[in-house]
Design a protein around this ligand. Sequence first.
Ligand code: ATP
Length: 248
Amino acid sequence: MIQVIDLWKSFGDNHVLKGVNLTVPTGQTYVVLGGSGSGKTVLMKHVIGLLKPDRGRVIVEGVEISALTGKALTEARQQFGMVFQGAALFDSMNVFDNVAFPLRERHRGERIKSDEVRTRVVEKLKVVDLGEEVLGRWPAELSGGMRKRVALARALVSDPQVVLYDEPTTGLDPITTNYVDEMILHAKERLGITSMVISHDIASAFRVADRLAVLYDGHLAAEGTPAEVRDSKDPFVQRFLSTWFEKQ
Ligand SMILES: Nc1ncnc2c1ncn2[C@@H]1O[C@H](COP(=O)(O)OP(=O)(O)OP(=O)(O)O)[C@@H](O)[C@H]1O
């Protein structure tokens, strides 16, 4: 479970978050939608402890991330899987080494058997519907959708309870976007993970979310199940969603 409690953050006079409250129940996918500059990334950075709140708290799996620093924070952060915008694979490593990277980092200084690493890499590639034939391939040889799937396999390799997705579908064509949505749904169904997604892709958000929120002017202008958010009477939310739903 992820809990964000009365979170406030300003940069000088720029009051980005003004009392955000949300709860991501265990095993659910929660999408935070919002326009450019609405503060989605700032919110996500608080969840992973990269920013400290001016006020409020962030609690992930019972650990108050917002109160941790140094080694304790680094260790807590290793409990998360993260899928960054643009997939962000290491270009100089093949698929196997990319996916194995967090395992090797986590067990640095300890012995971890190479056949165990391989088993776990292959197992997580299977979750994202990739076979062993991709192990030796390089990121540059993969399509955008495959790169995203490798990035998710890497995020899952340490068996995290919580996965965070930063704009997973930005810049992808509609078919690849669908693929990525399915990958997020599969990862939830197959592994029971809790995930938070930040996005401005309304169609994708409504496909993957158990719950979603629309961030506007430092607050959640709407929050709830997809049906509840779609029925919101908030004028901004209506305007924001109409950019997509009126196209349907
Ligand atoms: N480290 C920082 N220092 C100062 N201002 C910042 C910092 N990080 C973010 N901001 C400001 O906070 C606001 C929200 O930025 P944020 O990146 O969270 O938006 P976003 O919703 O993720 O937008 P986008 O969809 O375009 O990525 C912006 O006005 C940005 O300039």
